[in-house]
Design a protein around this ligand. Structure first.
Ligand code: 5AD
Ligand code: SF4
Length: 472
């Protein structure tokens, strides 16, 4: 039995939450729910939350306040609205949300998404539902496959979660507590999902995991595959032209993964490899389990096989005990590595993590000042990185109609947005583009005619060219 209902999902935080939101929509489809972008017309509102920093969690409570008003306006209409809080705030604060926000009907953590239809039924019948256990069954085996609807909405690129949770316990981080212990999806499940994505027109897959390069999935023959081997198998799937993965820990870049960067054309030369700090003292206090020298050596090794590799990173300033000298080491590391982009954060103490209980917290104004200096340095590097593209030939995956008629928007191998005049029939193909203009947040280029072996090119044919194309 299914009656027509609307679900509105608001996603906060990381790409894994984006993926999870789509899976929740897919899980609710058999119950008659279709997604809507208009919160006012929703019968069910899900806030898929993030707990990584304080500000992210605060936003959730203010959004609950706004939705409460919509809910109250609907209360007597005979068509009530259900409000659900999912994601990492739900996992971390469970009962606390239920207490603080009585307008919330359901609270459930990331390990319970496959139970969503059942939880919604219980809430519709008037129960207040809080579900934050880490169940023993494999969530992924019970979640429905990515539907054509959610896949199409995302176009020719898609996320695919292959690993969840983390056992690293960096002292600043809540993830091991909210997403739980590290879990890798079995190889056959990942390959089957990737094949379905490719069949639905997806050309670029970004593999997701909190510690994605710690992937160790069981294969059908009972063995265990690391990420390097998995990338080889994914690259063989017809239609999959580009592979990315995020987020990685430097300790888990093993030889096979480093070789995958050298040997697999589909693996894009862009790696998000957070280091957090350039100071060995801070790295130790953060329990990162490596030194700055280890990080430099690692990058040298990956670049030896893939010289056009660009890096992005995450940095935290103002971790407890961070001195001016420690911060200087971070600036020095950034100078030496040279980033194409990076996310920078002021340390935000998270309840229950070891960092929050440390002495010697850094004053807010010092954090702000360090953040501004680091951001200025990274902005300069990003600008230089983009400026170096001027005049070059770059392979662009044409992803969507551009802002202006006659234009398409796509991405370079280094994740730069590229605008180009091109017919819609080229959507989903990879084309060589000569970059003619470098703007603050994007590149503008012109299609270059490429002689393609094998005849005319259809909408979904892919021109595979070696994407070291930055140097032409
Ligand atoms: N404070 C500030 N930044 C944090 N991050 C994780 N936890 C915290 C925290 N408590 C940052 C790290 C991580 C990214 C996802 O968020 O840089 O890599
Ligand atoms: Fe958090 Fe990443 Fe450290 Fe795991 S490796 S504890 S997810 S910062």
């Amino acid at each position: 039995m299914s009656d027509k209902k609307k679900v509105y999902v608001r996603t906060y935080g990381c790409q894994m939450n984006v993926y999870d939101s789509d899976r929740m929509i897919d899980a609710l489809a058999p119950k008659g729910y279709s997604p809507t972008d208009a919160v006012e017309e929703a019968d069910l509102v899900i806030l898929n939350t993030c707990h990584i920093r304080e500000k992210a969690a605060e936003k959730v409570y203010s959004e609950i306040g706004r939705i409460r008003k919509l809910k109250e306006a609907r209360a007597d209409s005979g068509n009530p609205m259900l409000l659900a809080v999912a994601g990492c705030v739900a996992q971390a604060e469970g009962e606390e949300i239920a207490r603080r926000a009585p307008s919330v009907d359901l609270v459930f953590g990331p390990q319970s998404y496959h139970k969503l239809p059942d939880l919604v039924t219980r809430a519709s019948n008037g129960a207040r539902v809080v579900e934050t256990e880490f169940p023993v069954e494999d969530k992924f085996a019970h979640l429905p496959a990515a539907s054509r609807e959610t896949t199409r909405k995302r176009g020719v690129t898609a996320f695919l979660t292959i690993q969840e949770g983390c056992d690293k316990f960096c002292t600043f981080c809540v993830v091991p507590y909210t997403r739980g212990a590290e879990l890798s999806r079995p190889v056959s499940q990942v390959l089957a999902e990737a094949r379905r994505l490719a069949d639905a027109g997806v050309r670029e897959v970004t593999l997701l995991g909190q510690n994605v390069n710690a992937y160790h999935g069981v294969s059908d023959d009972g063995g265990t595959w690391g990420l390097g081997r998995l990338l080889h198998a994914l690259a063989e799937i017809p239609g999959i032209a580009r592979l990315r993965y995020t987020t990685s820990h430097p300790r888990d870049m093993d030889d096979s993964l480093i070789e995958a960067h050298r040997d697999i054309e589909a693996v894009m030369p862009y790696l998000h490899l957070p280091v957090q700090s350039g100071s060995n003292r801070m790295l130790e206090a953060m329990n990162r389990q490596h030194t700055r020298e280890d990080y430099f050596r690692l990058i040298d090794r990956i670049r030896a096989g893939r010289p056009d590799l660009a890096l992005s990173g995450d940095f935290i300033v103002g971790f407890p005990g961070e001195t001016d000298a420690d911060f200087k080491d971070t600036m020095d590391l950034v100078e030496r590595v040279g980033y194409a982009s990076a996310y920078t954060f002021k340390y935000s103490p998270r309840p229950g993590t070891p960092g929050a209980a440390m002495d010697d917290h850094v004053p807010e104004d010092v954090k702000s000042e360090r953040l501004a200096r680091l951001q200025a340095l990274i902005a300069r590097q990003l600008k230089d990185f983009n400026a170096a593209m001027d005049g070059r030939l770059v392979d662009v995956l044409l992803e969507k109609p551009g802002r202006r008629p006659g234009q398409l928007g796509g991405r370079s191998p280094w994740l730069q947005a590229v605008h180009v005049e091109a017919p819609e029939s080229l959507l989903g193909s990879i084309r060589t583009v000569r970059i003619e203009e470098v703007r603050a947040n994007s590149l503008v280029g012109r299609l270059v005619d490429v002689e393609v072996a094998g005849g005319p090119v259809g909408a979904h044919d892919i021109i595979m060219r070696h994407s070291t194309g930055a140097v032409c």
